[in-house]
Design a protein. Structure first.
Length: 198
């Protein structure tokens, strides 16, 4: 499996992205060495796509598949894309405050610590639906790992489209999110423009 090994803060600097969107509260003291050139239209579109891929931890091929799916859905393609990315189970675990970062959430899912509607899952790209019940499996709930996570990420506010019982590590998807409540700094219209050229 392909893994992005670029240091996170370095990547955040190059994409002009605040690390807090990734659940990281460190700040890089270094300034970007490159002169801030004016980006071309294509450069801006590409940067928005790279930003979305980096925030959600998605590689090019799956991202393209999400875009194709978003195009087939009713409504605006860009908004559909962001809603689809936000509905991934690894992102939902992060949003519920059960992981410090999306990378950690991905690992938690991969280690079969999560059940959706009573079924254990280990695929981080699984898309949740309205009404789904999500929980951490019984064996993992009492582990030191989750005690540490809840100490650090437990105070993070849970978006209104999700419901979280942080004591019992049980959550529910009330509805799929609307674009207006997704707080990622990505201009999805530029991504649509980029893909519509192909």
């Amino acid at each position: 499996m392909a893994v992005d090994r670029v240091p996170v803060l370095k990547r955040c600097r190059s994409l002009d992205l605040d690390p807090t969107y990734l659940g990281i509260d460190k700040k890089s003291n270094r300034k970007s060495q490159r002169q801030q050139r004016k980006l071309s239209e294509y450069g801006m579109q590409l940067r928005e796509k790279q930003k979305a891929k980096f925030i959600y931890g998605v590689l090019e091929k799956p991202f393209r598949n999400y875009y194709a799916k978003a195009e087939r859905m009713e409504g605006m393609t860009g908004e559909n894309l962001m809603i689809t990315l936000e509905s991934r189970i690894d992102n939902v675990i992060f949003r519920l405050g059960w992981a410090r970062t999306r990378r950690e959430a991905r690992q938690i899912v991969g280690h079969k610590m999560v059940a959706v509607n009573g079924q254990k899952v280990n695929v981080p790209s699984l898309l949740v639906k309205a009404g789904d019940k999500i929980e951490i499996v019984e064996k993992a709930k009492s582990s030191q790992r989750f005690k540490d996570i809840m100490e650090q990420a437990g105070s993070r506010s849970v978006p209104e489209w999700l419901e979280s019982d942080k004591e019992n590590l049980v959550g529910k998807v009330n509805e799929l999110p609307k674009r207006s409540v997704i707080d990622v700094p990505v201009d999805e219209m530029l991504i649509v423009e980029l893909y519509s050229k192909n």
